[in-house]
Design a protein around this ligand. Structure first.
Ligand code: PAF
Length: 280
């Protein structure tokens, strides 16, 4: 595995690979890799000749009072994991390599004004800006994103369509711990007590799914989920929403699949999760 820190060097390597007609699978990450990330790398390996992973904790997508400084980092362990799982190139830029005098910011309207965008108003601008830069540097054939960050996935897909990026976005299923907690680098912040409580997210999603499937009663599903989550005394419920998964709009007669979306604070840690439900 080659570890490359500069844009110039990684572009040169990519150019050489493209001259050999190699397809490139790209997995952008912020590091502190877990089985969720590994599933993306493995999928990319299966479907492409060359796998590029980036690790960059992107300051632009963190709000002023968020966890940029304390975001978990363990580059030595990440390198071992990537070597073991077939990554060919690790792109590991420093902050000053990616951001010089960044005056252009990519913004998206509508899709970003709900769910996580409400409590993190500049988050998706930061995500889109860094992902657009990375797409331009790596020029991947396919790019892999987890469905845990479903709103992010939809927003990136829209950017790729609207701005004519030449990469195929490949959504990958959520990977869960044995007790159902969706894998996330931020799970490492949880105290043992918070970790125990956090399993309520998955259990309440399953219950919500069951209610929607049985009765189609969205409001009741939301209320039952809220009661279940409140029963473990979380620090705060940020949102519980159920939307059409195509456009994050309210469900209507055309909706085929909806998704239940949750964001809940346990201590200072904000966890998100979601589940797809086929409408009756
Ligand atoms: O999902 C993430 O880890 C990040 O938002 C991403 C896509 C790597 C952009 O920084």
């Amino acid at each position: 595995m080659k570890i490359i820190k500069t844009i110039e060097k990684v572009k040169k390597l990519i150019k050489e690979s493209k001259e050999k007609n190699l397809s490139i699978g790209f997995v952008p990450t912020m590091g502190y890799l877990h089985d969720g990330h590994i599933s993306l790398v493995k999928r990319a390996k299966k479907e492409n000749d060359l796998v590029v992973v980036s690790i960059f904790v992107n300051p632009l997508q963190f709000g002023p009072n968020e966890d940029y400084e304390r975001y978990p980092r363990d580059i030595e362990s990440d390198i071992k994991i990537l070597k073991k799982n077939g990554c060919d190139i690790l792109f590991l830029p420093e902050n000053k390599e990616l951001y010089k005098e960044q005056l252009v910011i990519i913004n998206i309207i509508e899709l970003s004004e709900k769910l996580c965008g409400l409590s993190r108003p500049t988050h998706f601008q930061g995500v889109l800006t860094v992902v657009a830069k990375l797409f331009n540097i790596i020029t991947p054939s396919r790019s892999y994103f987890g469905e845990k960050d479903y709103q992010q996935l939809l927003i990136i897909k829209k950017m790729v369509d609207d701005l004519n990026f030449d990469t195929k976005i490949v959504p990958c299923p959520i990977v869960r711990e044995k007790d159902g907690l969706a894998m996330s680098s931020r799970n490492s912040y949880l105290s043992p007590d918070e970790r125990k409580k956090s399993t309520i997210l998955y259990r309440s999603l399953l219950k919500g799914k069951e209610i929607i499937k049985k009765t189609g009663d969205i409001e009741n599903a939301k209320n039952v989920i809220k009661d279940m989550i409140e029963s473990v005394n979380p620090t705060k419920i940020d949102y519980i929403e159920i939307y059409d998964e195509k456009n994050l709009k309210e469900i209507n007669e055309k909706t085929k699949y909806c998704r239940i979306f949750l964001a809940v604070f346990f201590g200072k840690t904000r966890l998100i999760d979601n589940m797809r439900v086929k409408i009756k």
